[in-house]
Design a protein around this ligand. Structure first.
Ligand code: DLL
Length: 454
């Protein structure tokens, strides 16, 4: 048994349906004081490992005058230097590894927007810990042995596919490793195999719903119960759309390759924030401009430290994901704390005529108006030095066939909804169904052409 797997607990019938996994015996429910001392013990060990084995960490710790054995409390983590994505890029490909290649059993990589990808490594134990947090993730949503899981996250260097695969399999569910894309085949399999749970990005699931309708498949009549959606920001309005157009319950799953992949955190059946698997990931929320800690409940940037990853420990990683710790305990009884849904990244923000805009605000404003589909794109241009923002949004086929007057009314309503949210007048372009490119993975919401125009 590895540190991440289930602590032995009662063997009941429920145990058996979960493939031997009993949620109540998982570290999700540890008394907070036990959890905190486990975290401190692991923090000290991992910082020592990073210090001993990774020159970059040793150098940084020396510069800031911190030694691993000077960490006396969890708050002492704040004395350690941050790690940025550029550190991973600068150490490309293997410079941050803390294990010899003979112990590394897996590599993944995430394609950055520029240049070389960032590479991440796993020992056998790391892969087991990853599977264990994914087991706990699926179990939190109600997936169990006997479920048929269609895994439409991309397999390959992206962590989504294999991460969800190992977890679902370890839980004892039946996995269909279909990967992303080939939408018509996805729908055929979903129907013919009696799929009960699906994993993919929320934007891809919206596409699947729409394509199923075109193929005459009524998603609502299928046994599909649970959707495990993540890898990109989405809104409550999007969840409402998904749940209303299918009969499944849609859960938000969070993760990032640098930390482990999917399975850093997930919503439980209460759907009220994401529980972070704190026994493996130490979280902090900081003010992104000062680097200082934010009190619970206050929004800031999520900073994560891996507490058990052997091949590539990551200390105080600046995720750029904006969220807040939810101070109240969850009704599910898990003691591991929750964060709010990640609606945005600090580097997603763009500024239009002095107003800070996040794509998720636009999504929420659009979906508040009936008659649109959650397919939209924001196009930024510059005209005579002035920034322009156009929101292209697809309308439903019924609306598209409507009178010019009705379309103009919709356009006005959308413009108002966005103006109310952002305090900014933007151009709205209603486009016909299917004209915005569908993504099989992470959706691209913003096209910034300001550099191309005058
Ligand atoms: O997207 C890992 C993953 C796979 C998560 C499948 C969930 C499901 P990366 O490609 O490294 O890893 O991208 C990580 O994606 O820093 C966030 O900005 C964003 N992200 C991931 N999950 C969510 C989510 C995977 N649930 C980056 N909500 C992160 C909002 C998310 N953003």
């Amino acid at each position: 048994m590895t540190s991440g797997t289930v602590i032995s607990g009662p063997r009941t019938d429920a145990d058996l349906t979960l493939g031997g996994f009993h949620p109540a015996s998982a570290p999700d429910f540890l008394p907070p004081s036990v959890l905190r001392s486990l975290q401190l013990q692991r923090l000290r060990a991992i910082v020592q490992r990073a210090f001993d084995r990774v020159p970059l960490y040793r150098e940084r710790m020396r510069q800031s005058g911190v030694t691993p054995d000077s960490l006396r409390s969890l708050d002492d983590v704040q004395r350690l230097p941050f790690t940025e994505k550029t550190d991973l890029r600068d150490s490309y490909p293997f410079g941050l590894f803390a294990s010899p290649m003979s112990e590394v059993v897996r590599l993944h990589a995430s394609s950055g927007t520029t240049g070389k990808p960032t590479v991440v490594a796993y020992t056998r134990e790391d892969v087991e810990v990853w599977a264990s947090v994914m087991v706990r993730s699926f179990a939190a949503t109600g997936v169990h042995r006997g479920d048929i899981v269609q895994n439409a996250y991309g397999y390959g260097l992206f962590t989504g596919g294999l991460g969800a695969h190992y977890g679902a399999e370890a839980l004892g569910a039946t996995v269909i490793p279909i990967s992303g894309g080939n939408t018509d085949r996805q729908i055929m399999i979903m129907k013919d195999f009696g799929v009960t749970a699906i994993c993919c990005t929320p934007s891809y699931f919206v596409h699947l719903i729409e394509r199923a309708a075109e193929l005459g498949v009524d998603i609502k009549s299928l046994p599909l119960r649970i959707g495990v959606f993540g890898a990109e920001p989405w809104t409550e309005a999007m969840r409402d759309h998904i749940q209303a157009s299918s009969n499944l319950k849609a859960f938000d799953i969070y993760g990032l390759s640098e930390i482990i992949g999917p399975g850093v955190g997930i919503e439980c059946e209460c759907q009220a924030g994401l529980h972070i698997f704190e026994d493996h990931f130490l979280m902090e929320i900081i003010d992104p401009s000062t680097g200082l800690p934010c009190p619970d409940g206050v929004e800031g940037e999520l900073v994560l430290t891996t507490l058990s990853k052997q091949a590539m420990p990551i200390i105080r990683y600046r995720t750029h994901d904006i969220t807040a710790i939810i101070p109240e305990p969850c009704a599910c009884g898990r003691s591991i704390r929750r964060i709010r849904r990640i609606g945005r990244r600090s580097d997603d923000m763009f500024i239009i005529r002095g107003v800070n805009v996040f794509p998720s605000q636009v999504e929420a404003a659009l979906l508040a108006v009936e008659g649109t589909l959650p397919h939209y794109q924001i196009v930024l241009t510059r005209d005579k030095g002035l920034d322009q923002m156009e929101v292209q949004v697809e309308v439903t086929p019924e609306v598209f066939g409507d009178t010019i007057g009705a379309l103009e009314r919709l356009q006005r309503n959308l413009a108002h909804s966005i103006e109310n949210t952002l305090g900014l007048r933007v151009d709205i372009r209603l486009v016909e169904p299917h004209s915005i490119q569908r993504s099989e993975g992470k959706a691209k919401r913003v096209i910034d052409r300001r550099g191309e125009t005058k």
